[in-house]
Design a protein around this ligand. Structure first.
Ligand SMILES: [Zn+2]
Length: 487
């Protein structure tokens, strides 16, 4: 048996008002302060570490044997970041002793490597419900805007947990939850709901917000354009999309056809919570109950500004059954200071593995920001695409406009060693056709890519003791070993 604090479950049994008050201050741009965020997170982090230490052999080993946690931030910094692969072997490391599983969710994630099993406990879910109910009641006491109707296609156990959190933030919203991959049946159901005049007391007549995965937002829009859907019938103000990156081209198509704002969400199956694109600064801000850190890929030290690897920690009691403490996301992010009331924010730059990195052990220098190449490639219909689920039933004219461009980035040297004096950054691009058939098109796209690479790498190249060459390798359809679903 693990030692157990007699008050161990107080935080979950009764949601403290002070925690709810702090939380509400932190999600409101008028009352947000960095000091309060630090305070809120310190309370939860201290509790998370204390419980991890008390309830789990795995975490006790990782955190150390300190019985009292004097400074939770200092202790957090001492924990070595852990990868997805480590998580697979240590997937049931509860923060409470009597934990009843409620949801078991098997996820390949968007990378599929390696697949994970995600567990949520009944205690955790009931805490989330009562926390957000309480937060909603506090918001309602100050007078709520008219009830909104939201369609969300993601469930609480999958990416973003959007139903739980949105329901909590606004409390008096109606939610149609649909658990499915994108398909034609779900799309037509949503179109019916979008057009329908709902008769719900005190609520808007029509759906005012849609939250879904990026592929489904694109698929649905393509279908609406194809079928001549009358967008004038819509009352949707925001289209939230997440799970994978959406190119600017599609964001613009959605904004213009729906006449709605697009809001991108960054989330992952492993972490409860999300970061949301801010309408004021355009950057992503994480929810207060997630600690986001950016580590310099070379020194592995935390950085305040610049490009690094995102590390996330989820906090008790928002997570109870599978804590993630310093979880290495393998995603490159930029952290920027901004004048936004919510302070600094983040920008997603792509997967580490697509950054053509120069590596030495686990340290590396990302040479290319995948998102910039992605944006360039997405503009060219010549590039072959990874089809989104559900898009097979669209006609060819649309099928080929809805998926991810297929490309890979590699730095070639002597095994990418830092000692090597000459490096070649190679971008392999899969075309829709045999590149020998349209040489002028291939040359035009290659020129564009050279320019993107030069612009990106120029300042970095000056700092490195290497000669850097660039190479574009055009390939026929099927030329790349695998399709990168996440960039
Ligand atoms: Zn902002």
């Amino acid at each position: 048996m693990h030692p157990r604090d007699s008050n161990a479950d107080n935080l979950t049994a009764v949601v403290p008002d002070s925690l709810v008050r702090l939380f509400l201050q932190l999600i409101n741009p008028l009352t947000f302060s960095k000091e309060n965020l630090r305070l809120f997170q310190a309370i939860l982090l201290g509790e998370t570490l204390k419980r991890a230490n008390a309830c789990s052999d795995y975490w006790r080993e990782r955190i150390g044997t300190a019985s009292a946690i004097a400074d939770p931030w200092e202790m957090l910094n001492r924990i070595r970041p852990s990868s997805r692969a480590e998580l697979v072997d240590n997937h049931l490391e509860s923060l409470t002793v009597q934990t009843q599983p409620a949801i078991v969710y098997h996820s390949g994630g968007t990378t599929g490597r390696p697949p994970l099993v995600i567990h949520c406990s009944q205690q955790e879910l009931s805490f989330l419900d009562s926390f957000f109910d309480k937060a909603g009641e506090a918001l309602a006491a100050n007078g709520l805007p008219k009830r909104r109707i939201v369609i969300s296609t993601t469930n609480r156990a999958s990416h973003g947990n959007i139903i739980v959190l949105e329901k909590g933030f606004h409390r008096k919203k109606y939610v149609f939850g649909m658990d499915s991959m994108s398909d034609a049946i779900m799309a037509s159901e949503i179109l019916t709901l979008l057009k329908h005049r709902h008769d719900m007391t005190g609520a808007d007549e029509k759906v005012s917000s849609v939250g879904t995965t990026t592929p489904f937002a694109i698929y649905l829009t393509a279908k609406m354009l194809l079928e001549g859907f009358d967008f004038g019938e819509l009352a949707v103000e925001t289209v939230q999309h997440g799970t994978t990156y959406m190119a600017q081209r599609w964001r613009q198509i959605i904004r213009e056809s729906w006449q709605a704002e697009t809001v991108s969400i960054y989330s992952m199956a492993e972490i409860i919570g999300k970061a949301t694109e801010c309408s004021m600064c355009g950057l992503l801000h994480f929810q207060p109950f997630i600690i986001a850190e950016l580590l310099d890929p070379w020194s592995c030290q935390q950085i305040e500004e610049g490009v690094g690897i995102l590390v996330l920690s989820s906090l008790f009691p928002f997570v109870q059954m599978q804590p993630r403490i310093r979880y290495l996301t393998e995603d490159l992010f930029e952290r920027r200071r901004s004048d936004c009331p919510f302070s600094a924010g983040y920008r997603f730059l792509g997967r580490k593995e697509n950054a053509g990195a120069i590596t030495a052990g686990s340290r590396f220098v990302p040479m290319v920001l995948p998102v910039l190449l992605y944006e360039e490639l997405d503009k060219w219909p010549d590039v072959n695409r990874f089809p989104y689920p559900g898009s097979e039933d669209l006609p060819p004219a649309f099928t080929h406009a809805t998926g991810h461009p297929i490309f890979a980035v590699q730095t070639i040297g002597d095994e990418g060693s830092v000692q090597e004096s000459k490096l070649t950054i190679q971008v392999k691009v899969e075309f829709r056709y045999d590149p020998r058939l349209f040489p002028e098109r291939v040359a035009a796209l290659s020129q564009k890519l050279y320019r993107v690479l030069h612009e990106q790498c120029a300042s970095l190249a000056r700092q490195l003791p290497h000669t850097i060459d660039y190479s574009i390798l055009p390939l026929s359809p099927g030329g790349l070993e695998r399709s990168y679903e996440k960039i």
